[in-house]
Design a protein around this ligand. Structure first.
Ligand code: SAM
Length: 287
């Protein structure tokens, strides 16, 4: 008789997180090369094609004076710190959190290279309330490939509410959960569902080459799709007020192999398909 061993959910969670950490730790050095950020980081005043280059004008209407200059900014899931450094170059005082020690080490080297000061904190989102206790910021920022790495969003929403000053602004630009549900193995030109839209179960991937083109040995990862109601619900239940929401037609990376690149380096669907599916959303909330 075959015995089936049921692994309790908490043990699953530990195994999933261990696999994800192994991937991000390994990818950190490779991403330093594939992100091609060393060049702009060394140049005073430059922020290259970092995410803040897109986010700066979208965030500006919600800031006093339209700038991050002189403001305290908390960057969640900062990876190798390129976006944290870009915000620091734009004049913000930046604190950046990520769980990958290897990624933060690269971030520290890049910040030194750029001659800017970024405070890096090694912590998971789920545990960051402790190292950030008593700290408050004018802006909490996170972007591009962050939410799918979190199994659930309750702690995430509470962390954002805890770390914002009253009146402070939360900003996220992220892949749209509808786009994350698309089948990346479907033939070119075919929009078909391949993954759950709702957060039903982890989405397992095992790649040899990752989204940035980096070759990896620890390519087994676990991700979770979060519906719009789950994302907004996590922020509402933490006491934040959503003040802007946009659905957009481009992404920063090639989610489907047949996406087309714009002259600005963004990835889009062929024109005739663009009205069928949003690719990205921007959400701004106030405490
Ligand atoms: C795609 S990267 C960050 C996106 C950023 N825009 C970039 O490309 O530089 C995702 C990051 O989330 C971090 N991460 C994953 N799960 C996390 C968690 N539970 N807590 C904190 N950081 C986490 C990973 O270590 C990784 O650095």
């Amino acid at each position: 008789m075959t015995e089936i061993t049921h692994i309790p959910a908490s043990e699953d969670r530990v195994a999933h997180q261990a696999a994800n950490i192994a991937y991000w730790d390994e990818a950190a050095q490779a991403h330093r090369a594939s992100y091609q950020s060393d060049a702009w980081i060394k140049q005073p005043g430059q922020i290259g094609d970092s995410a803040p280059a897109t986010d700066r004008p979208l965030l500006a209407p919600f800031l006093p004076g339209g700038t991050v200059e002189g403001l305290d900014l908390l960057h969640l899931q900062c990876h190798i710190g390129t976006d944290s450094i870009a915000w620091a170059k734009l004049g913000a005082q930046v604190t950046a959190v990520d769980r990958s020690a290897e990624a933060l080490q690269v971030g520290q080297e890049l910040a030194r290279l750029g001659g800017v000061n970024v405070e890096f904190i090694e912590s998971s989102i789920e545990e960051a309330a402790v190292p950030l206790e008593g700290r408050q910021f004018d802006i909490v920022y996170t972007s591009v490939g962050v939410l799918p790495w979190l199994p659930e969003l309750g702690e995430w929403g509470r962390l954002i509410a805890q770390t914002l000053r009253p009146g402070g602004i939360f900003y996220i630009r992220e892949g749209h959960p509808m786009a994350f549900a698309l089948d990346d193995h479907a033939p070119a030109g075919e929009l078909r569902l391949g993954y759950p839209y709702f957060n039903a179960a982890p989405i397992i991937d095992d790649c040899e080459v990752d989204y940035s083109g980096a070759k990896v040995e620890h390519g087994l990862t676990y991700c979770w799709n979060h519906s719009l109601s789950e994302i907004m619900g996590a922020l509402w239940s933490a006491g934040l007020t959503i003040i802007d929401f946009q659905e957009r037609l481009s992404l920063d990376w090639k989610l489907l192999p047949w996406m087309e690149q714009t002259p600005a380096g963004k990835e889009v669907l062929p024109e005739e398909l663009q009205s069928y599916c949003p690719l990205e959303f921007v959400l701004v909330a106030r405490k």
